[in-house]
Design a protein around this ligand. Sequence first.
Ligand SMILES: Cc1cc2nc3c(=O)[nH]c(=O)nc-3n(C[C@H](O)[C@H](O)[C@H](O)COP(=O)(O)OP(=O)(O)OC[C@H]3O[C@@H](n4cnc5c(N)ncnc54)[C@H](O)[C@@H]3O)c2cc1C
Length: 346
Amino acid sequence: MKVDYIIVGLGLAGLAFAEELMQAKKTFIVFEDASQTSSLVAGGVYNPVVLRKFTAVWKAAEQLDLAIPFYARLEQKLQTKFDEKFVIKRAFKSVEEQNNWFSASDNPVLKRFLNATIENKKVAGVVGDFGFGTVNETGRIDTLKLVKAYRNFLMDEKCIRFEKFEHAKIEVCAEKIAYKEIECKQVVFCEGFGMKGNPFFNDLPLAEAKGELITIHAPELNIDFLLKSALFLIPLGNNNYKVGATFNHIDKTAAPTESGKLELVEKLKKVIDVPYEIIDQTAGIRPTTNDRRPFVGIHKEHTRLAILNGLGTRGVMLAPTMARNLFNYIEKGTPLDLEIDIKRFQ
Ligand SMILES: Cc1cc2nc3c(=O)[nH]c(=O)nc-3n(C[C@H](O)[C@H](O)[C@H](O)COP(=O)(O)OP(=O)(O)OC[C@H]3O[C@@H](n4cnc5c(N)ncnc54)[C@H](O)[C@@H]3O)c2cc1C
């Protein structure tokens, strides 16, 4: 069997790269072994502003301008709705925070996203006395729905195999790659935290962070915006909300834990003061990096092996741009931004 590409992993990174290949009419086969859950459990929020410090996310406007049409096109293609648009409301803790918000909204980069008006109206069920600031152009991709729909689509196209990719079985030559009975020109590894088991790239400094979320049903809470306070509360409809997320750099398992739940329940006391019931809990490992920039590029010796990883806490916004950059680099020789190129570690 001959294809142009093998993609290892079908989370947000693998999906975005597969789309680049489809657009360019390249042939490929994906391997997916269900070993990681990050893209399945993600909150899925896209948000161009760092809400702790009121600064812009790195290259936020550029990423959003590619990501929003990217997901809209996928909704059409898969005939599934997964982009839920809403505003984010940041609850202020003090007058000082209100003032900082007001100054930030005057920043030329943030102007597009931050609403300068401070909302002082109380919201029923929400704790806080200092009002809210609103971020525009935000929303949530239901990544579970998206990834599942995309995997089904690839099954129909007969270009995905649900099995572990075994790195030891790769034969790399100058002009091609052989893997079992498959011959291809390029392998792109999109393995998330699974990268730790990849002998070609596991020297890269992945600083993974486990995250847990709970889903609650709060009948007396009726908000249609994402509330950012001591944690995120994402509206899902029918008085259900995703609440999260934790950050744990020690536990490397993707299993939900009692301590994760307790941490969220404790923080939630500072966010809402109405009764609720926990109806679900999920966990996954975010593929984060110390310098907060993705891992994109090709192997220093084996140029037919490439990587797309390190999407960290912002896979939804980053994946389409990073996939485009990697594709243009491999196919057209367009240089990668040095900030994302894995050459920075050599
Ligand atoms: C709790 C939580 C909340 C989050 N919230 C948000 C959010 O609100 N917004 C946002 O943008 N991001 C969020 N993220 C981050 C986001 O989930 C990640 O950035 C993104 O999912 C990473 O995608 P990925 O494809 O690189 O990795 P993954 O999703 O981990 O995908 C890698 C895939 O590769 C497969 N794989 C690995 N090794 C092999 C192998 N050898 N053979 C075959 N298959 C293999 C795995 O099974 C997996 O499906 C959150 C993450 C977590 C955990």
